[in-house]
Design a protein around this ligand. Sequence first.
Ligand code: SF4
Ligand code: SF4
Length: 343
Amino acid sequence: MPDKFPESSEFHTLRIIPPAGLHYSTDLLRKMCDIWEKHGSGLIALHGQSGDIMLQGCSSENVQKAFDELNEIGFDLGGAGPALRTSMNCVGHARCEQSCYDEVRTHRTVINGFLDEMHRPALPYKFKFKFSGCPNDCVNAIHRADFAVIGTWRDDIQVDQQEVQNYVAKVGRKYMIDVVITHCPTRALSLNDDDTLEIDNKSCVRCMHCINVMTKALSPGKDRGAMVLIGGKRSLKVGDFLGSVIVPFMKLETDEDFEKLKDFCETVIDFFAENALEHERIGETIDRIGLANFLEGIGVEVDPNMVNHPRTSSYARMDDWDQEVEKWRARKAEAASASEAAE
Ligand code: SF4
Ligand code: SF4
């Protein structure tokens, strides 16, 4: 209704990439607001689901002017449409004691390596990266990101037994058993008679519950890194998906580690670009072609850690896996040719 509300006749949104970790200086925020008041409506949404700074309400004529000035103070354009989207990481390494890798560096390394994919939409559909420093997953990577990098550790949980005893003395054994011990999803915890804690680390699934409750006594192990989960998304054609574990553990410390991650991201994006149908998220592609085919396509070996609930599934066996995949493929091919013949 431009006759009634003239400003609404052109009301474009500019998506701008926020700083990794979403930290700003007040000086930078003031400059951003001044630019937006000069060229746009002054309305800002911090932050969209993918982390974007969304500057809402701009005329066609002012879009380029606003972007040029924002670019001068260090901002770049975010993603929209069938493209790599703006990414997000938790505050992690900067302030959080649970962080298992440098999320900010990882985020910047990955996104700076794929800016072309963000600025020139050429993918079948949107593709999102998200980076969480530990399995608490404060940026909702597992169910929001096509490619989630989530911190984890592969040695034992660090325990300060004196702090465990202090905690039990404060809250009592009943509370400790009711709220910590019995809430461990894999029954990996037990409380000794002297109020120290026993952890069966091989059974721990890194859910973070005990560490979150007893922050003084417990912390993630020392051999820290990250896992990669692919295929998470909110509802679209096939409903909501959580990401599947594709790389159970990788170190992210040296330049070489970061190069390896970038190469892997490139492989996955290339596979997505070549094999996904239009308007299909990668989780739906995996659902359509099968996880075994996806793993083969991106050159990743099958690993027992990829099984959703290995402890509760009596069917999770790795022997004869290759032959089973061949049999499954043969059955699929047979079914496909039968349906072709019927048509
Ligand atoms: S995801 Fe983990 S490391 Fe990141 S802010 Fe949350 S608790 Fe901290
Ligand atoms: S992190 Fe979770 S699974 Fe591991 S010991 Fe603690 S409560 Fe159990």
